[in-house]
Structures are given as C-alpha cells and as structure tokens.
Design a binder for this molecule. Structure first.
Ligand code: ATP
Length: 229
C-alpha cells in the first residue's frame, strides 16, 4: 500500500500541498482528480521522492522510499522523455541497461498490442503513439506500483480506448496504480478509487463500486457535489 500521511509542501510562498492524506492499495487503480494546478503532479513526485516534502510522511509497503524502492515503484511522466533520435528498439535497450526490472517480453507484448514497430523513431511518433510508447516503457518494468501522470491527455478517442484496454488486462493485474486526470469520463469504469483534490488537500476519497451500488452515484455525481456544491 502507498500511504500519504499529512503531507505539506510549499513552493516559495505558495502552499501547494496542505495536510494531504490518502492511500492507494495494491491490485487497485486509484485516480487523483483535480483541476490544473491542484497539486496532482507534485504529490506523484513527492511519492517518488523526486520532490522533497516539508512535513508529513509517505510510506510504500510500510517503508520510507529509498533507492531500493525504485525496484518497486515507477513514475510515468506526462510526456515521453526518451531521446528523439532513438528508435523504439534503442529505447528498449536503454531501458534494459538502466533498469534491473525491465521485462523485455512484456515490452514486446505491449508493442504488438499497440501495433507499433520497433524500427519507428521516437521523433516521428504521433502524439498518441508517443503516449503509448511512454506508457509501454513504464508498464514493462516489473514493479508493484505504477504512477501515471495524465496518460490520456491530448490523445484521440481510439488511442484512449486502446490505452484504457491495458488497464483491464493482465498487464496491470495485482499492481497498484495511481493515475492523475482532470477528465474522469473516459476512465470512470476502470478505477477502484477516486481521490478528489482541491486547494492542495483531499476533499473526498471515493470507493467507486460502493458509491455506485450503495448511493447510486457516479464519480461525476460526487465530483459535482464536492466541487460545485
Ligand atoms: N518546481 C516548482 N516551483 C514552483 N512552483 C511549482 C513547482 N512545481 C509546481 N508548482 C506549482 O504548484 C502548483 C501545483 O502544481 P502541479 O503540477 O502539482 O499541479 P497539477 O494538479 O498536476 O496540475 P496539472 O493538472 O496542470 O498538471 C501549481 O500552482 C504550480 O505552479
């Protein structure tokens, strides 16, 4: 489990995270929802210890993140950071050299799933295909937790559907996934938990299935109550 406990973070005088607390379970997809600037990326980077927090505690399976934790967790940023001159094949060998947890077989499986060719150059990928390669490079690591920043952002409906399919496949099973979005519609049916963020804090955590069954409400219904009032 990832536990975020009473986390505070300021950038200069701006309090970006204020008493932020939530959990994300293994085997579940947790979605952080909030408008632009709500602090979603900051919390992801804080979980990865890429951004130092001012106070509070973040635990991964009960442990503070250290260099060994990087074999357990990975962060997929909102854009592909691989060298543009690389082909996908070169990106694969870079990942294999760099990460002990790289799983070439899974990478090849994902490549076929996304109908991409290893000979394609990163610089010539369309936006949607670049998003798929970005996701692929993260998903091909044998880690327990995957953090994804806006995996559906700015890509067409067919690519979104294809990416959504990955979320329901064995490629995700048993792993803990945290994704951020400000567009819930595409993924409401895929997620187990929604964490509604506003003003740097958690306004509400929703068990999606329970809320649907017991209260008859969708995530969007609850969002309307929380954000619109
Ligand atoms: N390195 C930084 N230095 C100064 N301010 C920062 C830094 N990183 C983030 N911020 C500020 O922190 C706030 C939260 O940013 P963050 O990127 O976490 O939001 P977000 O919810 O991910 O937004 P978006 O949906 O637009 O990606 C913003 O006001 C942003 O300007």
């Amino acid at each position: 489990m990832i536990e975020v406990n009473h986390v505070y973070k300021k950038f200069k005088r701006k309090q970006v995270l204020k008493d932020m607390s939530f959990t994300a379970e293994k085997g579940q997809i947790t979605c952080l929802i909030g408008i632009n600037g709500a602090g979603k990326t900051t919390i992801m980077k804080s979980i990865m210890a890429l951004t130092p927090i001012d106070s509070g505690k973040i635990l991964i399976d009960g442990q503070k993140i250290d260099k060994n934790a990087y074999e357990k967790i990975t962060y997929i940023p909102d854009r592909l950071t691989m060298l543009p001159s690389y082909t996908i094949a070169q990106a694969f060998s870079f990942m294999s050299d760099f990460y002990k947890t790289w799983n070439e077989q899974r990478a090849t499986e994902l490549l076929a799933f996304f109908k991409l060719e290893k000979t394609e150059k990163i610089s010539s990928l369309s936006k949607g295909n670049a998003a798929k390669v970005n996701l692929l490079l993260g998903l091909a690591l044998d880690v327990d937790y995957i953090l994804m920043d806006e995996p559906f952002s700015g890509i067409d409906i067919f690519s979104r559907e294809q990416i959504a399919e990955v979320f329901t496949s064995h490629l995700i099973e048993n792993r803990g996934v945290i994704i951020t979005t400000h567009e819930i519609n595409d993924i409401e049916h895929l997620i187990d938990k929604a964490v509604l963020i506003g003003n740097g804090t958690v306004l509400k955590q929703i068990d999606v299935e329970k809320t649907r069954e017991v209260e008859g409400k969708s995530v969007v219904d609850v969002m309307r109550e929380v954000y619109v009032g």
